[in-house]
Design a protein around this ligand. Structure first.
Ligand code: ATP
Ligand code: MG
Length: 417
C-alpha cells in the first residue's frame, strides 16, 4: 500500500465532543469517521483492523463447530410478538420503521426470535442436534444509557452465535468450549491479560450468565475482581449466596471499572417454548430445544484494544490486528528508489502488510503519522543508512523501541519468530 494513493488523511484534532482516548486517537489516525452521535463509519485502516478481528473470531467459532450464516437486518414484528419483545415497553432500544403499505418493520437489535423460527425448518429429530449457527451482523439499538469512554454505538457489528442442544448436558459441554474460545479471542487481540470472566445475572431464566469484562478506567461497568481466582462478579449479583457459590470472600474482592466486550448466556427453553421449536427424542417424545446465545461486539472490541494498549499520544496494535504490520519511511533523495525495492521484496514475503510512505511530506510528518497509526514495525531508509551499505535497513520495533540495522533476510528471521 502506498500512502500517496489513499484518500485518508490523519488530523491533529479530534471532534471536540469526543472525550475518550480511543475515539480521539482512532478518529485522528483516520481509522474511523464520526457520522453523527454514536454512529461511526470505518475507513480503510480501521476496516482492515475490523476484518482481522473478524477473522480471529471466525477461526475460533469454526474450531468449536460454528457455522457462519447471515440473517436479515429487517425484522418481522410477528415473530417478536410471540415472545413479547416487539413492545417498546419491554424493549426500549428498538428502531422501527414502516413499509409503504403502513405495515410495521423493525431493525434487528438481536436475532434470537427470527433464528429460532428459522431453525424449526431444520430441526426435527435429536439427530439434528446440536447446531451452532453464528453470524457477524449489524445490530441497531437506540441506546439511551449514559455516554462512556468506550464508545457505545447505535449501529454496530456483533458476532452472535446461538447454540441448539438436546439437553442441559449437551449445552453445558458447549458452554465450556465457547468460554475457552472467548478467552482465545481476547488473548489473540491482545487484551487477555486484562479480561475477566465475570458472573452476571442470568435474567429470568438462569442463575448466571457470564460477561467478559476488560479492565479500563474508560469502562462504564463496575466489577469486583478476585485476582487470585481470576474471576469477577458483576455488581448486580453481589450477594452472599453468590459469594458462597464461588468460594469467594467478600474481602478479597476489589472494585474496578471495566467494559463488557462479550457475554454468554444460557437461554434454556425460553425461545424454543415460545416459538415451538421441538425435536423428537430417541424414545419418540417431543422436547423443547435447549438454547444459548453468545455475543461479542467487534467495534467495541477494537475500541477497547485501542483504549487499553495505546498511550496518550498514539495507537499501539498487537501484530495480529494491526492495520498493516510494517511501514517503510524513505528519507532523502536517494532513498526512494531503495525504499521501493525493499517494499517489493518485503511484499513477496509478508504479503499485503507493508505500507510505503511515499508522500511528498517532511520526514518529521511521516514519523509522527507512523507513531500515531501504530504500525508494529517501522523501517527507515535514509541516505545515512544507505551510506552504511546498500543492504542496510533501519528496523524499529515499536513495542520495545529497539532499533536495529539489518538486511531483509534478518528482518524476515526476526519477524517470523
Ligand atoms: P451493554 O450492557 O454494554 O449494553 P448488552 O448486555 O446490551 O451490553 P448484548 O446485547 O449481550 O450486550 O450484546 C453482546 C455484545 O455486543 C456486548 O458484550 C458488547 O460487546 C456488544 N455491544 C452491545 N451493545 C453495544 C453497543 N451499543 N455498541 C457497541 N457494542 C455493543
Ligand atoms: Mg445494552
Amino acid at each position: 500500500m502506498r500512502l500517496s494513493k489513499t484518500f485518508v488523511k490523519t488530523t491533529k484534532q479530534a471532534p471536540a465532543d469526543e472525550v475518550s482516548k480511543n475515539a480521539q486517537l482512532l478518529i485522528r489516525a483516520g481509522f474511523i469517521y464520526k457520522e453523527m452521535a454514536w454512529v461511526y463509519a470505518f475507513l480503510p485502516f480501521g476496516w482492515r483492523v475490523f476484518n482481522k478481528i473478524a477473522k480471529i473470531i471466525r477461526e475460533e467459532m469454526d474450531k468449536i463447530g460454528g457455522e457462519e450464516i447471515h440473517l436479515t437486518a429487517l425484522q418481522d414484528p410477528e415473530v417478536w410478538k410471540t415472545t413479547d419483545r416487539w413492545s417498546d415497553q419491554v424493549v426500549d432500544v428498538w428502531f422501527k420503521t414502516k413499509l409503504q403499505s403502513g405495515k410495521d418493520l423493525g431493525l434487528s437489535f438481536t436475532h434470537e426470535e427470527p433464528l429460532t423460527r428459522m431453525m424449526k425448518k431444520f430441526i426435527q429429530s435429536y439427530k439434528d442436534l446440536p447446531a451452532y449457527p453464528y453470524q457477524i451482523q449489524l445490530k441497531f439499538r437506540n441506546e439511551i444509557r449514559a455516554k462512556s469512554g468506550i464508545m457505545r454505538a447505535r449501529e454496530f457489528y456483533m458476532k452472535d452465535l446461538y447454540s441448539f442442544s438436546k439437553d442441559k448436558t449437551q449445552h453445558d459441554k458447549f458452554y465450556e468450549k465457547i468460554k475457552q474460545a472467548y478467552f482465545n479471542i481476547f488473548d489473540r487481540v491482545g487484551i487477555g491479560h486484562l479480561t475477566y470472566l465475570t458472573f452476571a445475572s442470568g435474567g429470568s431464566f438462569s442463575k448466571y450468565s457470564h460477561e467478559f469484562q476488560t479492565l479500563t478506567e474508560a469502562g462504564e461497568d463496575i466489577i469486583r475482581i478476585d485476582e487470585e481466582k481470576w474471576i469477577a462478579i458483576n455488581e448486580e449479583v453481589l450477594v452472599d449466596e453468590v459469594l458462597q457459590d464461588l468460594w469467594i470472600q467478600k474481602e478479597s474482592l476489589v472494585p474496578r471499572k471495566a467494559v463488557e466486550v462479550g457475554n454468554i448466556f444460557t437461554l434454556w427453553d425460553k425461545f424454543s417454548r415460545a416459538l415451538g421449536l421441538t425435536y423428537k427424542d430417541k424414545d419418540g417424545v417431543d422436547k423443547y430445544v435447549f438454547m444459548g446465545s453468545y455475543g461479542i461486539g467487534l467495534g467495541r472490541l477494537m475500541w477497547t484494544v485501542a483504549e487499553v494498549l495505546s498511550d496518550d499520544k498514539w495507537l499501539v496494535w498487537p501484530r495480529a490486528i494491526a492495520p498493516y504490520e510494517f511501514v517503510i519511511i524513505p528519507i532523502g533523495e536517494n532513498a526512494s528508489q531503495r525504499a521501493l525495492e525493499v517494499y517489493t521484496a518485503l511484499k513477496k514475503v509478508f504479503g499485503n502488510e507493508i505500507v510505503l510512505d511515499d508522500r511528498a511530506v517532511s520526514p518529521g510528518f511521516k514519523f509522527k503519522d507512523a507513531d500515531l497509526i501504530g504500525y508494529p514495525y517501522q523501517i527507515v531508509i535514509s541516505d545515512k543508512t544507505l551510506q552504511q551499505g546498500p543492504e542496510v535497513i533501519e528496523f524499529i520495533t515499536r513495542a520495545t523501541g529497539q532499533k536495529q540495522f539489518l538486511d531483509i533476510e534478518h528482518i524476515q528471521q526476526i519477524v517470523s519468530n
